[in-house]
Write a new protein. Structure first.
Length: 200
C-alpha cells in the first residue's frame, strides 16, 4: 500500500525575539543589537517560506528496532521515545532556498547581519515545527511525544536517506539531501513524532 504523503504551506508563525537573541548568542542585547535584529527580520520576511510534508504511519517497537510503516530503525533511544505509541508522524519542514541565498549574500557583505539572519532562521524553523506539531495535536487529540531527528541519540544520521525517500521531500517541498547527508536548504528539519495510543 502506497504511503499517503501530504504537504502544507504555513503563514508566518509568531516570532519570539528572545529566542532569536539566544540563538545569536546575545546574553544582554543593547540598542544596536536590537536594531540589527529588527532590520534583519525585515530583510528575512520576503525570503522566508514555511513548508512541511508529512506522513502518518503505524509503529511497532521490539528489541530496540522501531518499525515505522515499512521503515526500520535500530535505535534504543528512539524506541524509548516511541514507547506507548502505535502511530507516528514522519515530517520534513523547510524555510526555502531564498533564505539560504539571503544569508550567503550577507556573509560577504556583513558577517554580523549574516549571523543574525542565521539565528532568525533557527528560530523560524523551530517555530514552524512547533506550529505543525500543534496542528497534529489538535487533529489527533493526543499530546505528541518530543520530536526525534536522525543523528540524535543513537539514531544514525543515515536514517535521513529512508526518511527522504519515503516523503519525497524534493518533489513535495523542494528539500534535498546531499551524498554527505546535508540538507538543502540548510534551515530545514526532519523528524519522527510519536502519537501515543492513549489520547489526552
Amino acid at each position: 500500500m502506497r504511503n499517503l504523503v501530504l504537504s502544507r504551506v504555513y503563514g508566518e508563525p509568531a516570532i519570539c525575539e528572545n529566542e532569536i537573541l539566544r540563538y545569536a548568542g546575545c546574553k544582554e542585547a543593547n540598542d544596536a543589537t536590537l536594531a540589527l535584529m529588527k532590520d534583519c527580520l525585515k530583510k528575512a520576511k520576503e525570503a522566508l517560506s514555511y513548508r512541511v510534508c508529512f506522513c502518518k504511519l503505524p509503529v511497532t517497537v521490539a528489541d530496540g528496532v522501531c518499525a515505522i510503516g515499512d521503515l526500520k530503525f535500530r535505535s534504543k533511544d528512539l524506541a524509548i521515545n516511541l514507547n506507548g505509541c502505535d502511530e507516528a508522524i514522519l515530517f520534513a519542514a523547510t524555510l526555502g532556498a531564498p533564505f539560504d541565498r539571503l544569508i550567503a549574500k550577507h556573509s560577504h557583505l556583513s558577517p554580523s547581519v549574516a549571523h543574525m539572519l542565521d539565528a532568525i532562521g533557527t528560530e523560524r524553523i523551530e517555530a514552524l515545527c512547533d506550529a505543525f506539531c500543534s496542528d497534529i495535536e489538535a487533529e489527533t487529540g493526543a499530546a505528541l511525544k518530543p520530536r526525534f531527528s536522525a543523528g540524535y541519540g543513537d539514531l544514525s544520521i543515515e536514517a535521513q536517506r529512508q526518511i527522504f525517500a519515503l516523503l519525497g521531500c524534493e518533489k513535495q517541498i523542494g528539500l534535498t539531501l546531499t551524498d554527505s547527508l546535508i540538507m538543502a536548504p540548510s534551515k530545514s528539519v526532519t523528524a519522527i513524532v510519536g502519537i501515543p495510543t492513549s489520547k489526552t
